[in-house]
Design a protein around this ligand. Structure first.
Ligand code: FMN
Ligand code: SF4
Length: 402
């Protein structure tokens, strides 16, 4: 694929030019009004995060664009980096202007060789054309952006691990508080935002919060990039307006339904750390609140469809292995707990487990999430737990009847 959109003159940076005419508070008000929630998985309101960072004092602040995209099944940020790099750059610049940062980083997943190439060129071009550097668009705003290539660990997508990684330290999560907006990169106030959040922020400033709030629902404003993958006819990245469709329609209409001679067994609606939904549960509205009401969460927007050809045991074992490999090991219960979960998943009896094993898993899950510094530990059992709950006949000896 040839690098698109690299020439800054082909893109007018209308959102940034508008932002440069506003006071930081004005930019933040617009983002708050839009109701934008962070698209990295946790859904924290972007405008509130920027407001808290603006209120922090100190001469130096940083903005970091989180392009680590390690959540299995998620590839929307790659799409934006490859196809809309200038929109992402514009979002970074607007965020920087809003919080008062003159320096920032974009941390791109190490395996993303093409996006890294494209974004490197984007930065070079932007520097040449005065979109990065001093007195951007003739204003008093100066900004330097550095690209950092990720080290390949899932946990480095967590904002505090990512900050450690940029500082050249081991990618392990930090204890919070202090939160990054208080003491983040090199102990300075730092905003970490997902690629999609920043691209959306650029579009909100460009088109106005009123336009954005006209899309979606009260609690889920705007649109979302979703990634369809797994046993589905038409995998890919799609943009949907929140509240305008259901998970079922996304899977069967946009995604073209299951593969030939197969049917869906269950789906994972928001990446590997979210609970499974069965085929009977797919009529929920696609929105944060719709998926929560169905018992799961929207997460990163990665919808993974699992067909009947897969054994549940195979899924459990793969997921267990993933978390065992990816825990950073800082919190003892997460390190040892995920190792033990992997062991239990291997110790099955013709694909099933004794109720005692399921009880031990539940205890381990409580210990891990009670001690976890980061979301990896808090969610490593979410999917497995939901599979035991929803498919007891298939997974528990005696069908889970005590
Ligand atoms: C283990 C783990 C991995 C994460 N991976 C990513 C990631 O790849 N990209 C991302 O934007 N956020 C990721 N996050 C969430 C970030 O910590 C952070 O909440 C996010 O970048 C904030 O951006 P937002 O407010 O724009 O969503 C991850 C969190 C955890 C706990
Ligand atoms: S919860 Fe797990 S992954 Fe997160 S910091 Fe602790 S040990 Fe590391």
């Amino acid at each position: 694929m040839g690098p698109p959109l690299l020439k800054a003159e082909e893109y007018d940076f209308k959102g940034l030019q508008k932002a440069l005419k506003l006071r930081p508070e004005g930019i933040i008000d617009e983002i708050k009004k839009s109701g934008l929630k962070g698209r990295g998985g946790a859904g924290f309101p972007t405008g509130v995060k920027w407001e808290l960072a603006l209120a922090e004092t100190g001469e130096k602040k940083y903005i970091i664009c989180n392009a680590d995209e390690g959540e299995p099944g998620t590839f929307k940020d790659r799409y934006l980096l490859e196809e809309r790099p200038l929109k992402v750059l514009e979002g970074i610049l607007i965020a920087a202007r809003a919080i008062g940062a003159n320096e920032g980083f974009i941390y791109i997943r190490g395996e993303y060789t093409e996006p890294i190439k494209i974004f490197k060129k984007t930065i070079e071009e932007a520097e040449k054309q005065g979109v990065l550097g001093d007195n951007i668009f003739g204003s008093d705003f100066n900004f330097k952006l550095t690209l950092v290539r990720g080290g390949g660990a899932y946990v480095c997508g967590d904002e505090t691990s990512l900050i450690n990684s940029i500082e050249g330290k081991r990618g392990i999560s930090r204890i919070k508080p202090p939160y990054p907006i208080q003491a983040g990169l090199f102990d300075r106030p730092t905003v970490v935002n997902n690629v999609e959040s920043l691209a959306a922020a650029a579009e909100i400033i460009n088109q106005g919060a009123d336009y954005y709030t006209g899309l979606g629902t009260k609690n889920s404003r705007g649109t979302k990039l979703i990634c369809l993958s797994g046993d589905i006819e038409k995998p890919g990245v799609y943009e949907v307006e929140f509240g305008s469709t259901t998970l079922r329609d996304i899977l069967y209409e946009l995604g073209g339904g299951p593969l030939k001679d197969d049917s869906f067994k269950f789906i994972i609606p928001g990446g590997l750390s979210t609970a499974a939904l069965t085929i009977e549960e797919l009529d929920c509205q696609y929105s944060y609140e719709g998926i929560e009401a169905a018992g799961s969460s929207l997460g990163s927007g990665a919808i993974i469809a699992i067909g009947q050809k897969h054994q549940l045991l195979e899924i459990l074992q793969r997921v267990g292995r993933f978390y065992m490999d990816e825990t950073c090991g800082t919190c003892f219960p997460c390190r040892e707990g995920n190792r033990h979960i992997d062991y239990i998943f291997k110790k099955h009896h013709n694909g099933k487990f004794y109720q005692e094993d399921v009880d031990i898993l539940a205890d381990i899950g409580k210990a891990i999430s009670g001690a976890a510094r980061c979301g990896l530990g808090q969610t490593s059992l979410s999917l497995a737990r939901s599979l035991f709950y929803k498919f007891p006949e298939e997974l528990i000896i005696g069908g889970g009847q005590r």
